[in-house]
Design a protein around this ligand. Structure first.
Ligand SMILES: Nc1ncnc2c1ncn2[C@@H]1O[C@H](COP(=O)(O)OP(=O)(O)OP(=O)(O)O)[C@@H](O)[C@H]1O
Length: 604
């Protein structure tokens, strides 16, 4: 085990990092791969060594085998077979050795593939787990392209590195076995060969260092390109068409792709150059061996066996040096995977333990302040925010863009925690309430509905596995979605795809509201969830929601004055502060606020 741990030092991973822990959990496979590799190469090497008695029998009188200048144990084998059935027996033994070697090698290959795919699977699952459990602020601070890059590319490269690492162990085993046999067959030629190989390796090490730098450059260029791809494919796909920016974006993409091409080319060019140079140097070494064999009087059978052993050893030595190059090149990918897997420095999710059911007295914000941790220089986005969301009533959050409404909504969902002050639910600090039980009571519908790949019914029931068809229909009726769903080809069973491409913005929002309602939440949050729905439907939805048979606290974020009139309370925000609280009709600043929007946006 000590040796196995020592071998792990070759894997470019930080000690005790989560990735190292995964790799270390497969340490038991190292001796198995090593032994299988040893056996396979041992059989192959011995088979080749038997060429000496075979060739001796072919080239000379069997009686003269004893005087051949060959290693003594091979002389004994030659003499043994010279007295026995001779040639056919040696040939059969060589063939059997090759056959068994092929079987052992195949078993080793399949075993390494199993270890590699299992480790890759574990890395991917741990990455997914990290993304699912990390605190929400992580996603606000991080570049999505970097995250996509880690999951789609770097994780794959890291698991590939595991395969390379194990193939390296096989190659090490084979190199040791072949070296020992070469030494036995002719130690003089072996020493010469070793001197040549050490020189070649020293040269390779310089290439490897350079390859590392180049591969870092390639990874950075790939990230930037991923960013551009996301922008033109998703984020600005509409805007770039409307503003006729296709040509400009194409040019920018081509520049980015050109950078990636250049960086990848440098890595590939280096690998190809190194291969070519190593091949030439190996050829020079080969000629050197022939000359010294001639000068030192090595016999033909010994020379042939030596060269065959050397020839068969080459792929292992080559794969060893390639493996080192590949491991060095994958270091950046491995670092990226390590970074994402490592919980250190990442925001933790809320950890309250109190299970609190229902809202009886209300949710109270007490002098809440908030600063985005990744942008401390921007200062507080909320300062001393105090107001109450009452049960069985609708509270409107009103304020201009950037006034802090979404930040408050995220705090209500326990996605963000106040940096000062507190939020209390029926007198209990929200941070002490178990996030799973709390979120189970929240129905959130936003402006952009995150549809999942599935049917309409599955989308409405998302996050509420107990939803029956009756409950799904009820929720769809309340959100005024039933009429358009019934016109879909398969009604509730219509597949809508993860981006809901066949649906209008208003239809998507209705499904979003139905999803929020199906779980019968104690707190319904409509965060600009009706801004794509016409005013008539929107009023109808809100009127239905206000039915007394279904009591809940409702928080509405909307820029539509009519929507606000349907609420009992309004909280007017400006630059992260509460300006006024009260029934919307009595709020003086709300008229000023709406007039401000109408003035600046040209709408009434
Ligand atoms: N992910 C973020 N990282 C850093 N700052 C942010 C982030 N999201 C919002 N902010 C800042 O916080 C402040 C409040 O933003 P918030 O999104 O809560 O306002 P809002 O009232 O919901 O705006 P809108 O009506 O435009 O959605 C703004 O100054 C904004 O720049």
């Amino acid at each position: 085990m000590f040796i196995c741990r020592g071998l792990l030092a070759w894997f470019p991973v930080r000690r005790e990092s989560p990735l190292f822990v995964i790799i270390r959990s497969y340490i038991w496979a190292v001796p198995i791969v090593g032994i299988l590799g040893f056996v396979a190469s041992g059989l192959e090497g011995l088979g080749i060594s038997l060429l000496i008695p075979l060739l001796s029998l072919l080239l000379t009188d069997p009686a003269s085998v004893s005087v051949l200048p060959i290693p003594s144990f091979l002389t004994q084998i030659s003499l043994f077979f010279a007295a026995k059935p001779g040639l056919p027996a040696v040939a059969t033994i060589i063939f059997l050795m090759v056959l068994v070697k092929a079987i052992v090698q195949a078993i080793n290959g399949i075993f390494v593939a199993w270890v590699d795919s299992s480790a890759g699977h574990e890395i991917r699952c741990r990455l997914a787990h990290r993304l699912l459990v990390v605190g929400y602020p992580f996603f606000l601070a991080e570049d999505p392209a970097r995250l996509i890059g880690v999951i789609s590319t770097e994780a794959w490269k890291a698991s590939e590195a595991v395969r390379v690492f194990f193939s390296m162990i096989t190659a090490i085993g084979a190199t040791i076995v072949f070296s020992v046999l070469l030494c036995i067959v002719s130690w003089k030629l072996f020493l010469l060969t070793m001197a040549g190989v050490v020189l070649i390796r020293a040269l390779q090490s310089r290439f490897i260092l350079h390859a590392k730098t180049l591969s870092e450059r390639a990874t950075t260029a790939n990230h930037d390109l991923g960013d551009r791809m996301r922008l033109i494919g998703f984020d600005i796909s509409r805007a770039l068409r409307v503003f006729g920016q296709e040509h400009r974006e194409q040019q920018r993409f081509e520049r980015g792709s050109g950078e990636v091409r250049k960086a990848l080319m440098s890595v590939e060019r280096l690998a190809v150059l190194m291969d070519a140079l190593v091949e030439v140097l190996h050829a020079a070494l080969f000629i050197g061996i022939l000359l010294s064999a001639y000068l030192t009087g090595v016999s033909v059978p010994v020379l042939i066996a030596f060269l065959t052993l050397l020839y068969r050893m080459q792929p292992y030595v080559r794969s060893l040096s390639q493996a080192r190059l590949q491991l060095a090149a994958s270091q950046t990918s491995i670092q990226e995977v390590e970074w994402l897997l490592d919980p250190t420095g990442k925001p933790m999710p809320p950890s309250g333990e109190i299970c609190h059911e229902g809202i009886t007295q209300g949710i109270t914000f007490k002098k809440v302040g908030f600063t985005y941790a990744h942008r401390p220089e921007a200062g507080s986005v909320l300062s001393e925010v105090s107001f109450t969301i009452r049960p069985n009533a609708a509270t409107a959050l009103i304020g201009r863009s950037g006034s802090g409404k979404s930040t408050i909504v995220n705090m209500l969902c326990q996605l963000l925690q106040p940096t000062s002050g507190s939020i209390e639910v029926d007198g209990i600090d929200l941070s002490r309430i178990d996030p799973v039980s709390w979120r189970r009571q929240i129905g959130l519908a936003g402006q952009d509905v995150e549809l999942i790949d599935g049917t309409v019914a599955e989308n409405i029931a998302y996050g509420f596995p107990d939803a029956t068809m009756v409950k799904i229909r009820q929720a769809a009726q309340l959100s005024d979605a039933e009429s358009f769903i019934s016109r879909l080809p398969s009604g509730y069973e219509t597949e809508i795809g993860d981006r809901g491409l066949g649906l209008s913005g208003g239809q998507r929002q209705r499904i979003g509201i139905a999803r929020a309602l199906v779980r019968r939440p104690s707190l319904l949050i409509l965060d600009e969830a009706t801004n794509s729905i016409d005013a008539l439907s929107e009023n109808a939805i809100l009127a239905l929601l206000r039915q007394p048979k279904w009591p809940m606290a409702i928080v509405v974020v909307s820029h539509n004055l009519d929507t606000l009139r349907n609420c009992e309370y309004g909280v007017v925000l400006a630059e992260g502060r509460v300006v006024e609280v009260g029934p919307p009709a009595e709020l003086r600043s709300v008229h000023h606020f709406v007039a401000g929007i109408a003035g600046s946006a040209g709408v009434g």
